[in-house]
Ligand binder design. Structure first.
Ligand SMILES: *[C@@H]1O[C@H](CO)[C@@H](O)[C@H](O)[C@H]1NC(C)=O
Ligand SMILES: *[C@@H]1O[C@H](CO)[C@@H](O)[C@H](O)[C@H]1NC(C)=O
Ligand SMILES: *[C@@H]1O[C@H](CO)[C@@H](O)[C@H](O)[C@H]1NC(C)=O
Ligand SMILES: *[C@@H]1O[C@H](CO)[C@@H](O)[C@H](O)[C@H]1NC(C)=O
Length: 188
């Protein structure tokens, strides 16, 4: 608690960024705002059922390591946690962009474009989280690749794990310092 108070969290938190759905402050402070972005991912999964052959990707997508151990996570600085989440999102972004150029299935292109938008949205939101004295960049924190996937369903599944894992942990970690003004609505 005490150490998180030392960190001043600012950012473009009160404004509505045109490219983002919803306010970043809501994303960090309100569980339902984060859940609504997970729902978009679930919708993509459902839409795959209407796209014959969408499961198999034309080339492997490199995925980041999404696993998170509570004791390792707690030991990291907020700056490192943010860099780690940014790095993982960027690996997803590069992978999905790369494979969407190769796909020849029209409806699969649409699905991949939808996923790209979701990833971009999360990247913008994590970028708005400014942490005092943050000098760590994702490249510093050695982004790791953990697997190669040629199955779109698996890519979506792992992205969901990143959202419910590291990204949610990060949100919980910044809530103390970031969400005070919104205290009345956090627990709704
Ligand atoms: C940030 O850096 C300034 C100047 O280097 C220092 O005085 C301050 O204690 C640092 N704050 C944190 C939270 O590390
Ligand atoms: C899906 O594609 C396979 C192979 O191309 C085909 O045999 C099958 O009938 C298709 N299913 C639908 C629902 O279009
Ligand atoms: C946590 O960090 C401390 C100090 O940096 C280190 O000594 C300790 O081994 C770390 N613990 C874990 C579980 O990584
Ligand atoms: C994934 O594929 C790339 C390119 O073929 C390879 O360099 C990398 O080692 C693979 N990564 C894993 C975790 O298998």
């Amino acid at each position: 608690m005490a150490s998180s108070r030392l960190l001043l969290l600012i950012g473009v938190i009160s404004s509505h960024l045109p490219e983002v759905q919803g306010k970043p402050i809501d994303f960090w402070c309100k569980d339902h705002a984060r859940k609504s972005m997970e729902t978009k991912l679930e919708t993509l999964k459902k839409n795959m059922a209407h796209c014959n052959g969408s499961d198999s990707l034309p080339s492997p997508v490199q995925l980041p390591c999404i696993g998170v151990l509570k004791k390792d996570w707690e030991n990291k600085t907020l700056q490192h946690k943010r860099a780690e989440v940014m790095g993982a999102l960027q690996v997803f972004q590069e992978g999905v962009q790369g494979v969407s150029k190769k796909t020849t299935v029209g409806c699969q292109t649409q699905l991949l474009r939808g996923l790209e938008l979701i990833i971009k949205n999360h990247l913008v939101i994590v970028r708005t989280l400014l942490i005092q004295n943050d000098t760590v960049t994702p490249s510093d924190s050695a982004v790791q690749h953990c697997s190669n996937q040629t199955n779109l369903n698996e890519v979506l599944k792992q992205y969901g794990c990143l959202l419910r894992g590291k990204l949610t942990h990060l949100a919980k970690d910044v809530q103390d310092s970031l969400c005070k003004v919104e205290d009345m609505t956090i627990n709704t």
